[in-house]
Design a protein around this ligand. Structure first.
Ligand code: UDP
Ligand code: MG
Length: 316
Protein backbone atom coordinates (compact mmCIF):
# COMPACT_ATOMS: atom_id res chain seq x y z
CA UNK A 1 0.00 0.00 0.00
CA UNK A 2 1.48 3.31 -1.06
CA UNK A 3 -0.81 5.99 0.36
CA UNK A 4 -3.28 6.24 3.23
CA UNK A 5 -5.62 9.22 3.46
CA UNK A 6 -7.23 9.79 6.87
CA UNK A 7 -10.34 11.92 7.37
CA UNK A 8 -11.80 12.37 10.89
CA UNK A 9 -15.57 12.73 10.71
CA UNK A 10 -17.97 14.13 13.25
CA UNK A 11 -21.43 14.82 11.80
CA UNK A 12 -20.32 15.65 8.26
CA UNK A 13 -23.12 13.89 6.40
CA UNK A 14 -23.38 16.55 3.71
CA UNK A 15 -19.64 16.66 3.07
CA UNK A 16 -18.80 12.97 2.86
CA UNK A 17 -19.94 12.28 -0.77
CA UNK A 18 -17.99 15.26 -2.10
CA UNK A 19 -14.99 14.38 0.07
CA UNK A 20 -14.79 10.83 -1.20
CA UNK A 21 -15.39 11.94 -4.78
CA UNK A 22 -12.58 14.49 -4.73
CA UNK A 23 -10.13 12.34 -2.79
CA UNK A 24 -10.75 9.49 -5.23
CA UNK A 25 -10.25 11.75 -8.25
CA UNK A 26 -6.97 13.07 -6.87
CA UNK A 27 -5.57 9.76 -5.65
CA UNK A 28 -6.34 8.04 -8.93
CA UNK A 29 -3.96 10.49 -10.60
CA UNK A 30 -1.07 9.06 -8.59
CA UNK A 31 -1.48 5.66 -10.26
CA UNK A 32 -0.55 3.95 -6.97
CA UNK A 33 -2.43 1.75 -4.50
CA UNK A 34 -4.18 3.83 -1.85
CA UNK A 35 -6.82 3.69 0.88
CA UNK A 36 -9.16 6.26 2.40
CA UNK A 37 -9.71 5.79 6.14
CA UNK A 38 -12.94 7.42 7.25
CA UNK A 39 -12.89 7.64 11.04
CA UNK A 40 -16.36 8.19 12.42
CA UNK A 41 -15.99 10.03 15.72
CA UNK A 42 -19.39 9.19 17.17
CA UNK A 43 -21.52 10.93 14.55
CA UNK A 44 -25.25 11.13 15.16
CA UNK A 45 -26.45 12.53 11.83
CA UNK A 46 -26.22 9.45 9.63
CA UNK A 47 -22.56 9.92 8.68
CA UNK A 48 -21.88 6.45 10.09
CA UNK A 49 -24.27 4.71 7.71
CA UNK A 50 -22.95 6.76 4.84
CA UNK A 51 -19.38 5.71 5.61
CA UNK A 52 -20.41 2.05 5.77
CA UNK A 53 -22.27 2.42 2.49
CA UNK A 54 -19.23 3.96 0.78
CA UNK A 55 -17.02 1.17 2.09
CA UNK A 56 -19.35 -1.42 0.62
CA UNK A 57 -19.24 0.23 -2.79
CA UNK A 58 -15.49 0.80 -2.83
CA UNK A 59 -13.07 -1.53 -1.01
CA UNK A 60 -10.48 1.26 -0.91
CA UNK A 61 -12.66 3.07 1.62
CA UNK A 62 -11.88 1.75 5.11
CA UNK A 63 -14.36 2.52 7.91
CA UNK A 64 -13.25 3.00 11.51
CA UNK A 65 -16.30 3.56 13.69
CA UNK A 66 -16.01 4.87 17.26
CA UNK A 67 -18.37 3.89 20.06
CA UNK A 68 -18.83 7.58 20.93
CA UNK A 69 -17.31 10.99 20.32
CA UNK A 70 -13.68 10.92 21.43
CA UNK A 71 -12.51 14.13 19.77
CA UNK A 72 -10.75 15.17 16.61
CA UNK A 73 -7.18 14.40 17.68
CA UNK A 74 -8.11 10.92 18.89
CA UNK A 75 -9.99 10.23 15.65
CA UNK A 76 -6.88 11.12 13.66
CA UNK A 77 -4.83 8.91 15.99
CA UNK A 78 -7.09 5.95 15.26
CA UNK A 79 -6.64 6.63 11.55
CA UNK A 80 -2.86 6.57 12.00
CA UNK A 81 -3.12 3.31 13.96
CA UNK A 82 -5.06 1.56 11.22
CA UNK A 83 -3.27 3.10 8.25
CA UNK A 84 -1.08 0.85 6.13
CA UNK A 85 0.39 3.26 3.59
CA UNK A 86 4.05 4.13 3.13
CA UNK A 87 2.92 7.75 3.24
CA UNK A 88 -0.05 8.89 5.31
CA UNK A 89 -2.06 12.05 4.67
CA UNK A 90 -4.39 13.65 7.23
CA UNK A 91 -7.16 15.80 5.81
CA UNK A 92 -10.28 17.48 7.26
CA UNK A 93 -13.59 16.05 6.12
CA UNK A 94 -15.24 19.44 5.57
CA UNK A 95 -13.13 20.13 2.46
CA UNK A 96 -11.45 23.14 4.00
CA UNK A 97 -8.26 21.37 3.01
CA UNK A 98 -8.55 20.96 -0.79
CA UNK A 99 -7.73 17.33 -1.66
CA UNK A 100 -5.91 18.57 -4.78
CA UNK A 101 -3.13 19.90 -2.50
CA UNK A 102 -2.33 16.28 -1.58
CA UNK A 103 -0.46 16.03 -4.88
CA UNK A 104 1.87 18.83 -3.76
CA UNK A 105 2.43 17.05 -0.45
CA UNK A 106 3.18 13.80 -2.26
CA UNK A 107 5.63 15.57 -4.59
CA UNK A 108 7.64 16.82 -1.60
CA UNK A 109 7.58 13.38 0.00
CA UNK A 110 9.02 11.96 -3.21
CA UNK A 111 11.83 14.48 -2.92
CA UNK A 112 12.72 12.84 0.38
CA UNK A 113 10.92 14.85 3.07
CA UNK A 114 9.34 12.78 5.82
CA UNK A 115 6.88 15.32 7.16
CA UNK A 116 5.20 17.68 4.69
CA UNK A 117 2.80 20.03 6.45
CA UNK A 118 0.40 22.34 4.66
CA UNK A 119 0.57 25.99 5.71
CA UNK A 120 -2.53 28.16 5.39
CA UNK A 121 -1.50 31.16 3.35
CA UNK A 122 -5.10 32.33 3.25
CA UNK A 123 -8.24 31.35 5.11
CA UNK A 124 -11.67 31.75 3.67
CA UNK A 125 -15.07 31.78 5.28
CA UNK A 126 -13.85 31.88 8.89
CA UNK A 127 -15.20 34.16 11.56
CA UNK A 128 -13.04 37.03 12.81
CA UNK A 129 -13.15 35.38 16.23
CA UNK A 130 -11.69 32.16 14.82
CA UNK A 131 -8.97 33.99 12.91
CA UNK A 132 -8.06 36.02 16.00
CA UNK A 133 -7.99 33.09 18.43
CA UNK A 134 -6.00 31.03 15.94
CA UNK A 135 -3.45 33.82 15.48
CA UNK A 136 -3.03 34.27 19.24
CA UNK A 137 -2.86 30.50 19.78
CA UNK A 138 -0.12 29.82 17.24
CA UNK A 139 1.97 32.72 18.47
CA UNK A 140 1.58 31.72 22.11
CA UNK A 141 2.53 28.12 21.32
CA UNK A 142 5.55 29.32 19.37
CA UNK A 143 6.63 31.38 22.37
CA UNK A 144 6.23 29.05 25.29
CA UNK A 145 6.86 25.55 23.96
CA UNK A 146 10.18 23.86 23.31
CA UNK A 147 9.20 22.50 19.91
CA UNK A 148 9.22 24.83 16.95
CA UNK A 149 5.67 24.33 15.76
CA UNK A 150 5.16 26.00 12.39
CA UNK A 151 2.77 28.95 12.37
CA UNK A 152 -0.62 28.45 10.76
CA UNK A 153 -0.12 24.81 9.92
CA UNK A 154 -3.02 22.56 10.86
CA UNK A 155 -3.29 18.81 10.84
CA UNK A 156 -3.40 18.75 7.04
CA UNK A 157 -0.07 17.03 6.39
CA UNK A 158 1.71 14.05 4.92
CA UNK A 159 3.85 11.81 7.09
CA UNK A 160 6.20 9.05 6.11
CA UNK A 161 5.67 5.57 7.57
CA UNK A 162 8.79 5.97 9.74
CA UNK A 163 7.23 9.04 11.38
CA UNK A 164 3.81 7.42 11.74
CA UNK A 165 5.39 4.43 13.49
CA UNK A 166 7.02 6.72 16.03
CA UNK A 167 3.77 8.65 16.58
CA UNK A 168 1.88 5.38 17.02
CA UNK A 169 4.21 4.44 19.82
CA UNK A 170 3.45 7.70 21.66
CA UNK A 171 0.24 6.79 23.47
CA UNK A 172 -0.31 10.01 25.43
CA UNK A 173 -3.99 10.76 25.92
CA UNK A 174 -4.06 14.52 25.58
CA UNK A 175 -2.77 14.71 22.09
CA UNK A 176 -1.62 17.66 20.06
CA UNK A 177 -0.62 15.96 16.83
CA UNK A 178 0.82 18.97 15.08
CA UNK A 179 3.22 19.35 18.02
CA UNK A 180 4.00 15.65 18.25
CA UNK A 181 4.77 15.36 14.56
CA UNK A 182 7.30 18.19 14.88
CA UNK A 183 8.75 16.87 18.12
CA UNK A 184 9.83 13.61 16.43
CA UNK A 185 12.23 15.46 14.13
CA UNK A 186 13.00 13.96 10.69
CA UNK A 187 13.17 16.02 7.50
CA UNK A 188 10.25 18.45 7.51
CA UNK A 189 8.99 21.04 5.08
CA UNK A 190 5.92 23.23 4.60
CA UNK A 191 3.79 23.69 1.50
CA UNK A 192 1.53 26.73 1.21
CA UNK A 193 -2.15 26.41 0.33
CA UNK A 194 -5.32 28.44 0.48
CA UNK A 195 -7.70 27.15 3.10
CA UNK A 196 -11.21 27.10 1.69
CA UNK A 197 -14.45 27.71 3.50
CA UNK A 198 -16.34 24.76 4.99
CA UNK A 199 -18.36 23.07 2.24
CA UNK A 200 -21.41 22.53 4.42
CA UNK A 201 -22.42 22.51 8.07
CA UNK A 202 -20.98 24.29 11.07
CA UNK A 203 -17.59 24.07 12.74
CA UNK A 204 -17.32 21.10 15.11
CA UNK A 205 -14.93 23.10 17.26
CA UNK A 206 -17.00 25.21 19.65
CA UNK A 207 -15.18 27.41 22.15
CA UNK A 208 -15.19 24.62 24.76
CA UNK A 209 -13.30 22.26 22.44
CA UNK A 210 -10.96 25.04 21.33
CA UNK A 211 -9.98 25.72 24.95
CA UNK A 212 -9.38 22.03 25.61
CA UNK A 213 -7.34 21.79 22.42
CA UNK A 214 -5.23 24.81 23.40
CA UNK A 215 -4.63 23.58 26.95
CA UNK A 216 -3.64 20.13 25.68
CA UNK A 217 -1.18 21.79 23.34
CA UNK A 218 0.31 23.98 26.06
CA UNK A 219 0.47 21.42 28.87
CA UNK A 220 1.73 18.77 26.47
CA UNK A 221 4.70 20.78 25.33
CA UNK A 222 5.50 23.31 28.03
CA UNK A 223 6.01 23.80 31.76
CA UNK A 224 5.66 27.53 31.36
CA UNK A 225 2.29 27.83 33.16
CA UNK A 226 3.79 26.04 36.18
CA UNK A 227 6.66 28.48 36.21
CA UNK A 228 4.30 31.43 36.05
CA UNK A 229 3.24 30.68 39.64
CA UNK A 230 6.87 30.92 40.72
CA UNK A 231 7.43 34.20 38.87
CA UNK A 232 4.28 35.67 40.40
CA UNK A 233 5.51 34.51 43.82
CA UNK A 234 8.86 36.23 43.33
CA UNK A 235 7.19 39.41 42.14
CA UNK A 236 4.77 39.65 45.07
CA UNK A 237 7.48 38.71 47.58
CA UNK A 238 9.67 41.41 46.02
CA UNK A 239 6.93 44.00 46.23
CA UNK A 240 6.24 43.21 49.88
CA UNK A 241 9.93 43.40 50.81
CA UNK A 242 10.09 46.83 49.19
CA UNK A 243 6.77 47.89 50.70
CA UNK A 244 7.54 47.07 54.33
CA UNK A 245 10.22 49.76 54.90
CA UNK A 246 8.17 52.24 52.85
CA UNK A 247 5.10 51.72 55.03
CA UNK A 248 7.18 51.94 58.23
CA UNK A 249 8.81 55.15 57.07
CA UNK A 250 5.48 56.68 56.07
CA UNK A 251 3.95 55.73 59.39
CA UNK A 252 6.89 57.21 61.37
CA UNK A 253 6.55 60.38 59.33
CA UNK A 254 2.93 60.61 60.51
CA UNK A 255 1.25 59.73 57.17
CA UNK A 256 -2.28 58.29 57.15
CA UNK A 257 -1.72 56.48 53.83
CA UNK A 258 -1.99 52.86 55.00
CA UNK A 259 -4.63 53.23 57.71
CA UNK A 260 -7.87 51.39 57.29
CA UNK A 261 -8.87 48.02 55.92
CA UNK A 262 -9.12 48.81 52.20
CA UNK A 263 -5.44 48.40 51.39
CA UNK A 264 -5.18 45.21 53.46
CA UNK A 265 -8.27 43.80 51.78
CA UNK A 266 -6.97 44.51 48.29
CA UNK A 267 -3.63 42.86 49.06
CA UNK A 268 -5.33 39.77 50.52
CA UNK A 269 -7.75 39.41 47.62
CA UNK A 270 -4.97 39.87 45.07
CA UNK A 271 -2.78 37.21 46.64
CA UNK A 272 -5.76 34.91 47.15
CA UNK A 273 -6.53 35.22 43.45
CA UNK A 274 -2.97 34.52 42.43
CA UNK A 275 -2.88 31.46 44.69
CA UNK A 276 -6.13 30.07 43.33
CA UNK A 277 -4.99 30.55 39.74
CA UNK A 278 -1.72 28.77 40.54
CA UNK A 279 -3.64 25.93 42.14
CA UNK A 280 -5.83 25.70 39.05
CA UNK A 281 -2.76 25.45 36.82
CA UNK A 282 -1.34 22.72 39.05
CA UNK A 283 -4.73 21.00 38.80
CA UNK A 284 -4.57 21.03 35.00
CA UNK A 285 -1.27 19.17 35.05
CA UNK A 286 -2.29 16.80 37.84
CA UNK A 287 -5.56 15.93 36.11
CA UNK A 288 -3.64 15.03 33.00
CA UNK A 289 -1.18 12.96 35.02
CA UNK A 290 -4.14 11.13 36.53
CA UNK A 291 -5.63 10.47 33.11
CA UNK A 292 -2.33 9.01 31.91
CA UNK A 293 -2.03 6.89 35.06
CA UNK A 294 -5.43 5.31 34.52
CA UNK A 295 -4.17 3.96 31.21
CA UNK A 296 -7.58 3.60 29.62
CA UNK A 297 -7.71 2.93 25.88
CA UNK A 298 -7.50 6.09 23.79
CA UNK A 299 -10.67 5.13 21.93
CA UNK A 300 -13.17 2.33 21.57
CA UNK A 301 -14.16 1.07 18.14
CA UNK A 302 -17.31 -0.77 17.20
CA UNK A 303 -16.05 -1.44 13.70
CA UNK A 304 -12.52 -1.39 12.31
CA UNK A 305 -10.31 -3.39 9.97
CA UNK A 306 -8.31 -6.30 11.33
CA UNK A 307 -4.96 -5.01 12.38
CA UNK A 308 -1.66 -6.73 13.14
CA UNK A 309 -0.60 -3.58 14.90
CA UNK A 310 -0.15 -4.58 18.55
CA UNK A 311 -0.75 -1.01 19.74
CA UNK A 312 -4.20 -1.05 18.21
CA UNK A 313 -5.14 -4.36 19.77
CA UNK A 314 -3.99 -3.05 23.09
CA UNK A 315 -5.84 0.20 22.60
CA UNK A 316 -9.14 -1.09 21.34
N1 UDP B 1 -13.95 16.42 14.13
C1 UDP B 1 -13.98 15.19 14.76
N2 UDP B 1 -14.35 15.12 16.08
C2 UDP B 1 -14.71 16.22 16.81
C3 UDP B 1 -14.66 17.49 16.15
C4 UDP B 1 -14.26 17.55 14.82
O1 UDP B 1 -13.66 14.17 14.16
O2 UDP B 1 -15.04 16.09 17.99
C5 UDP B 1 -13.55 16.49 12.71
C6 UDP B 1 -14.51 17.23 11.80
O3 UDP B 1 -15.52 16.38 11.30
C7 UDP B 1 -13.60 17.74 10.70
C8 UDP B 1 -12.29 17.98 11.42
O4 UDP B 1 -12.36 17.23 12.64
O5 UDP B 1 -13.38 16.78 9.70
C9 UDP B 1 -12.06 19.44 11.71
O6 UDP B 1 -13.16 19.97 12.43
P1 UDP B 1 -13.81 21.36 12.06
O7 UDP B 1 -13.83 21.55 10.59
O8 UDP B 1 -15.13 21.48 12.76
O9 UDP B 1 -12.78 22.38 12.73
P2 UDP B 1 -12.38 23.82 12.16
O10 UDP B 1 -11.98 23.63 10.73
O11 UDP B 1 -13.58 24.67 12.30
O12 UDP B 1 -11.24 24.22 13.04
MG1 MG C 1 -13.14 22.82 9.32
Amino acid sequence: MKYSVIAPIYNEVENIPELSRRVRAVMEQTGEVWELLLVDDGSTDGSTEQIQQLAEEDPRVVPVIFARNFGHQIAVTAGLDYSRGEAVIIIDADLQDPPEVMLDLIAKWREGYQVVYAVRSKREGESLFKLFTAAVFYRLIQRITDVNIPMDAGDFRLMDRSVVNVLNSMRERHRFLRGMSVWVGFKQIGVEYERAARLSGETKYPLRKMIKFASDAITGFSYFPLQVAMYLGFVSAGISILAIPVVIALRLAGSQAFFGQASALIAVLFLGGVQLISLGILGEYIGRLYDEAKGRPLYIVTEAPQSENSIVRQAS
